[in-house]
Design a protein around this ligand. Structure first.
Ligand code: DC
Length: 225
């Protein structure tokens, strides 16, 4: 048996800055960054390709035996999602995949299907893992649990600026509505809803620059690890 690995769980709603911050923190601490949203997106991507309604639990569950999801890391430490042997890392970022991921992630069979893969990554590496239920369900024994939030308006604005920068601009209004709809779906589902673990440290990044949030998280982690 190897040494026990360390795990930092970061949960919170879409657009709170979890992935950007977790990636930077992982680099700083020499941990592996695991983006679990990307894993749900990969299943959402398959449902979309197959023309299956992501809200139809029975139909989505029937697809699971056809799906092989792999999480790989390149030489830069960047996470790649592989779906039945095909790298879908770029495709899962299409805006329409977000809602597919949110809908399929409410299906308990999908969550069970992806659970072991997430736990296995944490057994093998020191990880910073971000998602919605990492501190509550996937890694209840995590060394540190952070719950990151920011106002929906702030999160929609970040998303707006990010898409603009990427050269794929979208209107702010629909982005805000989508954030609110995903918040509702993610926190009102019966299976592993988005909520802070009892022992999570709550951090609100509303109005912060990236650097302010980064320093806040790094300090919190160093004080608690
Ligand atoms: O973090 P993200 O926006 O890429 O996640 C996409 C969807 O996946 C999100 O709407 C909810 C779901 N998800 C989840 O249910 N549990 C996780 N641990 C991570 C993501």
């Amino acid at each position: 048996m190897g040494e026990k690995t360390k795990a930092i769980a970061i949960d919170g709603p879409s657009g709170a800055g979890k992935s950007t911050l977790a990636r930077a923190l992982a680099k700083e601490l020499g941990f592996r960054y695991v983006d679990t949203g990307a894993i749900y997106r990969t299943v959402g991507c398959y449902a979309r390709r197959k023309g299956v309604d992501p809200g139809n639990a029975e139909a989505v569950t029937a697809l699971l035996p056809e799906i092989r999801v792999e999480v790989l890391y390149d030489s830069e430490g960047l996470q790649h999602m592989v779906l039945n042997g095909e790298d879908v890392t770029a495709e899962i970022r299409l805006p329409e995949i977000s809602m597919y991921a949110s809908r399929v992630s409410a299906i308990p069979a999908v969550r069970d299907f992806l659970m072991e893969m997430q736990r296995d990554l944490a057994r093998r590496h020191n990880v910073i893992m971000d998602g919605r239920d990492i501190g509550t369900v996937v890694l209840p024994q995590a060394d540190i649990k952070l719950f990151l939030s920011a106002s929906p308006e702030d999160r929609a604005m970040r998303r707006f600026l990010e898409l603009e920068q990427r050269g794929t601009p979208q209107d702010y209004g629909p982005l805000l509505s989508e954030i609110k709809e995903r918040d509702y779906n993610d926190s009102h589902r019966a299976a592993a809803p988005l909520r802070p673990a009892e022992d999570a440290i709550l951090l609100d990044t509303t109005g912060n620059t990236f650097d302010q949030s980064f320093q806040l998280l790094l300090k919190t982690i160093k004080e608690n690890l």
